[in-house]
Design a protein. Structure first.
Length: 185
């Protein structure tokens, strides 16, 4: 009897996954899971000399109930005790499914006009590229798309990365991450 239940449970799980459709998926022309980022995604400042461009990001299969999106870019390996927020952009309209390379720039307006950039740990409202300490080894950069259950996150003008992260996570229906790598010798 037990041997029969196991295949039935697996079949039930497989049909359940099929009935719910595909999961939220994040892709990019610029970055890839477990691969090193190009210098164009390195910060320009703090001893770094990169292009400071946010990567192209595209997402698909938003779950039912999605009312907006948020994107976060975070380095858990930064020697701060709390990691490093490189980018948080919230209130991306639900009809948007792609941001071009450089959309996170604080100087240009390539991001959707309804969206809001949160100040990153460089103190810039926009994307700030990778800039790990030289000789510190490989750092992991987690670019995550969050499908949110609210149309707009109500955040103060000077919201910290931690507060924005809390509100994003509290309202996330589903997320998908690409973890890219970077190091400076």
């Amino acid at each position: 009897m037990f041997k029969l239940l196991k295949p039935i449970a697996l079949l039930s799980f497989s049909l359940s996954a099929f009935a719910h459709g595909s999961s939220l998926t994040l892709s990019s022309h610029d970055i890839a899971q477990g691969q090193y980022m190009d210098k164009k995604h390195e910060f320009n400042g703090f001893g770094c000399t990169g292009g400071d461009l946010s990567p192209h990001l595209k997402w698909s299969n938003a779950p039912e109930g999605t009312k907006s999106f948020a994107i976060t870019a975070y380095d858990p390996d930064a020697p701060t005790g709390s990691g490093w927020w490189h980018w948080q952009i919230v209130n991306i309209p639900k009809n948007i499914s792609e941001l071009s390379t450089g959309a996170g720039s604080a100087e240009t307006s390539n991001a959707p006009k309804e969206s809001t950039h949160i100040s990153n740990d460089y103190g810039i409202r926009g994307f700030g590229g990778a800039c790990p300490p030289a000789g510190h080894g490989v750092h992991h950069y987690r670019f995550t798309i969050h499908a949110l259950s609210v149309e707009k996150l109500e955040l103060p003008e000077d919201a910290s990365g931690a507060l924005a992260g809390y509100m994003i996570n509290a309202n996330t229906i589903e997320s998908s991450t690409i973890e890219a790598l970077y190091k400076r010798d």
